[in-house]
Ligand binder design. Structure first.
Ligand code: S3P
Length: 436
């Protein structure tokens, strides 16, 4: 799973509008949950269209380490779950790599298991805040020790005998909410999780598809009984809107482009990028809208024209959280000023995405002002070309590649192979819509 992380990648400026009809890999968030729920269910399940990105593969390997039989059979990943009690102690430290979702959701699973496990990750993951899962899971009865007690990985988790809790998240987070739900499903009594803003609800949707009874009260409160049994089923993972976002912005920012992206998950708790681009004046059509296992899926068609700067306030954060890097590129190519505020959470992602995007856009000639909780970006018609760095952050690497399409002489991206974390073959697909 070790990939070469220091490859320079050249992305040339486009000479004509983008054209294409493509699909993107399976949704990373839904993929993690599919592996978790099938592993904790009773019986044999099959997962289709798991992304193949490194993050999802970390979750697969973690459950293999916990004794679950997981095999590739044709196009499907077959998972033989034996219930929560079928999970066994891992003989080794579980390596979550770069994946915050693996570490936080697995913490919720392991909080309920009566054995000890150590979770670790790469240098980026070791810097990310874990106290946000340690606190609620500790209150439920799990013992979680962090590195020097500072709330950082590696985490030593000793689980078992959980009690349900009522917990209000200080900041909206689907990872924290999901960790509590996964622990709550194994606990004694009722668990209630509330958020200040609704984060993505894939866990709630998938739990119900596996036979769990839970109630969503208002938009931001989830109530569930403990000790629930999961029943095996088939899962089809829709295309990842966060991956599609790079192509949406690429096409939206290059006038005359016409691109269709098929089978994309458009869950409204995730679809902020579509709303923001439409507010910027983009022409995006959701075609063939349908529902698959509770998730909204559509084919997206986008036609390029000059965008306008917008204000993105705190209300956009939860549903747009992973798309700020590429939306910063849209802003850099829009007419006028874009301001982003209330988005301090971006500083705790795979890189500090406020600092990294502001610094790299400045290298491309953009006036990008870094603020504590956001950015102010002045758009221009064409970017300056040059060398930029991803800082090992997959979404920064791909956002900068999109910028390269509109940069004089193109861009060279240092450490571009990290795109494989969520989107293997990203650069090939980007070439494809340029060539056709
Ligand atoms: C995710 C939730 C979000 C998101 C991450 C995936 C998930 O993180 O940024 O890429 O799958 O639950 P937070 O919960 O930290 O906001």
């Amino acid at each position: 799973m070790q990939s070469v992380k220091c490859k320079m990648k050249k992305v040339e400026e486009v000479k004509r509008p983008l054209q294409g009809d493509l699909t993107v890999p399976g949704d990373k968030s839904i993929g993690h949950r599919a592996v978790i729920f099938t592993s904790a269910a009773h019986g044999k399940s099959r997962i289709f269209n798991l992304s193949g990105g490194e993050d999802n593969l970390r979750t697969v390997q973690a459950f293999k380490d916990l004794g679950v039989n997981i095999q590739v059979e044709g196009e499907a990943l077959c998972v033989e779950g034996k219930g929560w009690d079928g999970l066994c102690p891992s003989a080794k430290v579980i390596d979550c790599g770069n994946s915050g979702t693996t570490m936080r959701l697995l913490s919720g699973v392991l909080a309920g298991r009566p054995f000890g496990t150590t979770l670790d990750g790469d240098a980026s993951l070791r810097r990310r805040p874990m106290q946000r899962v340690i606190d609620p899971l500790g209150r439920m009865g799990a013992q979680i020790l962090s590195q020097n007690g500072k709330g950082l990985a590696p985490l030593e988790i000793r689980g078992g005998k959980l009690r349900g809790i009522r917990y209000l998240l200080p900041i909206a987070s689907a990872q924290v909410k999901s960790a509590i739900i996964l622990a709550g499903l194994q606990a004694e009594g009722v668990t209630v999780v509330q958020e200040p803003q609704q984060s993505r609800d894939h866990t709630e949707i998938m739990a119900q598809a596996f036979g769990v009874k839970l109630k969503v009260e208002g938009a931001c409160s989830v109530v569930l009984e403990g000790r629930q049994r999961l029943c095996a089923r088939e899962v089809r993972v829709p295309g990842d809107l966060s991956s599609a976002a790079f192509f949406l912005v690429a096409a939206a920012t290059i006038p005359g482009s016409d691109v269709i992206i098929r089978e994309v998950g458009c869950n409204p708790t995730r679809a902020g990028v579509i709303q923001v681009l439409k507010r910027m004046g983009a022409a995006i059509e959701l075609m063939r809208q349908r529902e698959e296992a509770g998730e909204l899926v559509a084919d997206l068609r986008i036609i390029g024209k000059r965008l306008q700067g917008v204000e993105m306030g705190p209300e956009m954060v939860a549903r747009t959280i992973d798309e700020y890097p590429v939306l910063a590129v849209a802003a850099a190519l829009a007419e006028g000023v874009t301001t982003i505020s209330g988005a301090k959470e971006l500083r705790y992602k795979e890189s500090d995405r406020i600092a990294t995007m502001a610094s790299e856009l400045r290298k491309l000639g953009v006036q990008a002002e870094e603020r504590e909780d956001g950015m102010k970006i002045e758009g221009r018609k064409r970017l300056r070309g040059g060398c930029v760095s991803s800082y090992g952050d997959h979404r920064v690497a791909m956002a900068l590649a999109v910028a390269g399409l509109s940069a004089e002489g193109g861009v060279e991206i240092d450490d571009s192979a990290c795109a494989d974390i969520s989107f293997p073959r990203f650069f090939d697909l980007l070439e494809g819509i340029r060539a056709s």
